[in-house]
Design a protein around this ligand. Structure first.
Ligand code: DC
Length: 227
């Protein structure tokens, strides 16, 4: 029986991972793991239960009990917590920051490891996150690490917020990005960093099309699969 292929795509927020992984999953008809959504839902569940983000013991208990599911609808993948659609609640800046805080606990990461690995099914999986190629799927067939300067990512975020009709302050957005990067890169377990065998793509001056083409060429080189 053919083994399922894993394509790991890691990197900080705002580098274009979401767009790239959605396109790859759809083109290859592979399962998509949005691991950031799991940490976002956990942060949301902790707050909703009235627990403190700094209380590691409570957070890990929530992680073990987390009743999370993904639902594919016409407008994209929806995230459910206890059957309730929390997709928009978990996409705020605050939810991203809370996710980064709960994700820094080694015990929490351990509690969520198996759940992430269970996404792997034939014919393959596109795994989007921070530690897909280093910890969750260290034997991934293809490892990509997307990066871009904090300033470029802050500009992209401003544009996204404007398109949603939301007002935002550039300096505040930039400061939040840097703070989250700093926490994600410097935590003791599974820090944000490229795997030794990852292809690093700096997307700062690239269009989505160019990033997609670079990824497809590399996937072909590593697996022989042409997209
Ligand atoms: O990809 P995202 O912005 O939805 O992720 C939110 C936070 O979750 C991110 O700042 C760090 C954490 N995260 C993580 O630690 N490991 C992952 N594999 C994915 C996300």
């Amino acid at each position: 029986m053919a083994e399922a292929i894993v394509i790991a795509v890691d990197g900080p927020s705002g580098v274009g991972k979401g767009e790239l992984t959605k396109r790859l999953a759809s083109a290859l008809d592979y399962e998509l793991l949005d691991s950031g959504a799991i940490y976002r839902v956990l942060g949301y569940a902790v707050r909703k239960a009235g627990l403190a983000l700094f209380d590691e013991e409570s957070v890990v208990q929530e992680a073990k009990l987390l009743n999370l599911s993904f639902e594919c609808l016409d407008d994209g993948v929806h995230v459910l917590l206890n059957g309730e659609d929390v997709s928009s609640e978990i996409r705020t800046e605050e939810a991203g920051n809370n996710a980064s805080k709960v994700a820094a606990y080694p015990s929490v990461r351990m509690a969520l490891l198996q759940r992430q690995r269970e996404f792997l099914k034939e014919p393959g999986l596109i795994a989007d996150g921070r530690d897909m190629g280093t910890v969750v799927f260290p034997k991934a067939n293809v490892k990509l690490f997307l990066d871009a300067s904090a300033e470029v990512r802050a500009n992209r975020r401003m544009l996204q917020l404007q398109q949603k009709g939301k007002e935002a302050d550039y300096q505040k957005v930039l400061a939040e990005i840097k703070e989250r990067d700093d926490r994600d890169r410097n935590r003791p377990v599974a820090p944000l960093k490229p795997a030794d065998d990852a292809l690093v793509i700096d997307t700062s001056d690239m269009t989505i099309e160019e990033v997609y083409k670079t990824a497809c060429d590399y996937i072909f080189k590593k697996t022989g699969i042409r997209i």
